[in-house]
Design a protein around this ligand. Sequence first.
Ligand SMILES: C[S@@+](CC[C@H](N)C(=O)[O-])C[C@H]1O[C@@H](n2cnc3c(N)ncnc32)[C@H](O)[C@@H]1O
Length: 365
Amino acid sequence: MGTVTHVEELIPVQEGLAEVLVPADHTRRGPGKVRGGPFYNAAMATPRHISVLVLTVVAAGVRRVLDGLASTGIQGIRFGLEVAAPFELTLNDRRRESYDLIRNNVVRNGLADVRVHCQDLNALLATERFDYVDVDPFGSPAPFTENALRALRPPGYLAVTATDTAPLAGTYPKTCRRRYDSVPIRGPFRHEMGVRILAGFVLRTAARLELAVRPLLSVWREHYYKLFFHVRSGARRADAALAQLGHVSFPEGKDRVMGSEGDAGPLWAGPLHDQNLLGAMRVREHMPAFLDRLLETWRAEATAPALFYTTDEVAHHLRISPPSMVETHRRLAEAGFVSTRTSFHPKGFKTNAGWEDVVRLLRPA
Ligand SMILES: C[S@@+](CC[C@H](N)C(=O)[O-])C[C@H]1O[C@@H](n2cnc3c(N)ncnc32)[C@H](O)[C@@H]1O
């Protein structure tokens, strides 16, 4: 009897300007399961759109781009089709089935001069250098972070995705400690904390290599974080970046304070997004319109205070129904405080007011 080989059924899907073959039973929402063959998650089209927009803005200084964990090749292929800059593209996946599919999809999309590798990513990163590296693993980017930073030619760009949001956002503190050497915290602001812990981890990993990283954009959506960093060289710059690490503490009541010591951290205490990058990002016609609303929120958040309160917390404390976001911003602004929405919670507001002022100002008249 001959060996029966499982041949996966493939179907074409359109995403952005690419049409790629993907497994017919691919993931359509949520994180999806780690599977044997090539992996495609339709729900991850959003971070791929965002990555295209980011690379479009920074592409002028970029000569070599790596999609290090490419699976079907969709992200790298979209870079090649949608970013009008003459960089050289490398796609890699250690699985043979993915490698074959990536090559097939590259040809299908008429892309020439794309390098496709079938290697362990850490081995590839030890032998080649790039200006932009995208690391999109199953789970944590921690096993690839140091080598990705070493492989960058500074100034360069690193994009990392993390789907292990449960440890980073405090559900599994031991795992967070082990993977990221940081103490997380639960609560309504847990995803901002999780993103800051991941940013702090990348920053500390870079500092050991005398590299300084700065977050350009920090995304939380549904089940993943995606962070984009600018990476520069120099011990002094690395020291300056380290000086922006902090902890979060809760000294009285519900006040949230970012300082050098505290209950949660270490984490990145600086700005989560870069205003100039966001100012230059333009959603393209073929992308969904909700990206414009996301950009707007990130732009407001780029200069807002760290951390936030939620109208639910205020409502619980005052035993009232949650005030509307419009009313919340209006009352705080009228009292001279900053108040903006946040991408990390639909009912969150970032303000320089302390908890006492918040409850005083939002108490029904
Ligand atoms: C989450 S998927 C990548 C999805 C892809 N970036 C996309 O946008 O559709 C992770 C991929 O990494 C590959 N992979 C896992 N560990 C790897 C390693 N050490 N080196 C290279 N590829 C690896 C897997 O085969 C899988 O295809």
